[in-house]
Design a protein around this ligand. Structure first.
Ligand SMILES: Nc1nc2c(ncn2[C@@H]2O[C@H](COP(=O)(O)OP(=O)(O)OP(=O)(O)O)[C@@H](O)[C@H]2O)c(=O)[nH]1
Ligand SMILES: [Mg+2]
Length: 219
């Protein structure tokens, strides 16, 4: 009983802070994307490739969520983009309060597009609203075909889905057909991009979609 009440209070408090974040992001016409996946699906690699092609066109910022290290933030910093690291000290997801604090630390203002890389995990991050506009879920071809049906919440919540590591498709038993069938049951509306963070295939389509979403937010 006590545990249930605590969870309710935590989620309630998170909801208030998420609303606060959403208001701030809206006032600034800033599109915010919460990037989620299993550990190692390629979130940071996709961010690096995206920064390479969008950095001259948009003002980008990144909030990096990680358990203990700042390795991903260092990778992003090398690309010349504003980045703030959140270390959750063991917690398996970001929450709206962490994002609120990190956003206050983000140098400069007038960003067009802010990515929040969540902690690698297909379960907990899906349950916490950060005040973002969109949840982007990355899955990679090496993770197996059962992930969409085994972790339905995160795929249902997704506003966009990126299948990464398509360069490795020939070496895995991943079936694109089954992937699309499962998504048709769970989330038929989210756009799906097939990309390779290694070769860059599909990244330009993903980036063009991001540019359209930024324009739509401004409008
Ligand atoms: N072959 C191949 N490898 C990739 C691709 N994208 C990423 N990788 C590799 O996969 C590994 C994990 O990539 P990251 O970008 O660090 O993954 P992540 O999702 O940010 O990982 P966490 O932050 O730890 O959750 C690295 O060794 C990347 O080089 C891809 O499209 N193809
Ligand atoms: Mg990463």
């Amino acid at each position: 009983m006590v545990k249930v009440r605590l969870e309710h209070n935590i989620l309630g408090a998170n909801e208030l802070l998420a609303r606060k974040n959403r208001n701030i992001f809206s006032t600034q016409d800033l599109l915010v994307i919460n990037l989620m996946s299993s550990p190692g699906s390629g979130k940071t690699t996709i961010l690096e490739k995206t920064i390479d092609s969008l950095n001259g066109k948009l003002k980008l910022g990144v909030i990096e969520g990680d358990l203990y290290t700042d390795q991903d933030a260092q990778r992003i910093e090398k690309k010349g983009v504003r980045v703030v690291q959140i270390n959750t000290e063991g917690a398996c997801h970001l929450d709206a309060g962490m994002v609120d604090k990190a956003f206050q630390e983000l140098p400069g203002d007038n960003l067009d597009l802010l990515f929040i890389e969540n902690v690698g995990n297909l379960v907990c991050p899906a349950e916490f609203d950060l005040g973002e506009d969109l949840k982007a879920v990355v899955i990679s071809t090496t993770e197996g075909n059962d992930k969409v049906t085994k972790y339905p919440l995160i795929f249902r919540e997704a506003g966009v889905i990126v299948l990464n590591k398509i360069d490795l498709l020939p070496y895995t038993d991943f079936s694109l057909e089954r992937f699309r069938e499962d998504l048709a049951q769970i989330n038929p509306l989210a756009p799906v991009f097939l990309v390779s963070g290694r070769t860059g295939e599909g990244i330009s389509e993903w980036n063009e979609w991001l540019l359209r979403e930024v324009s739509a937010k401004r409008a």
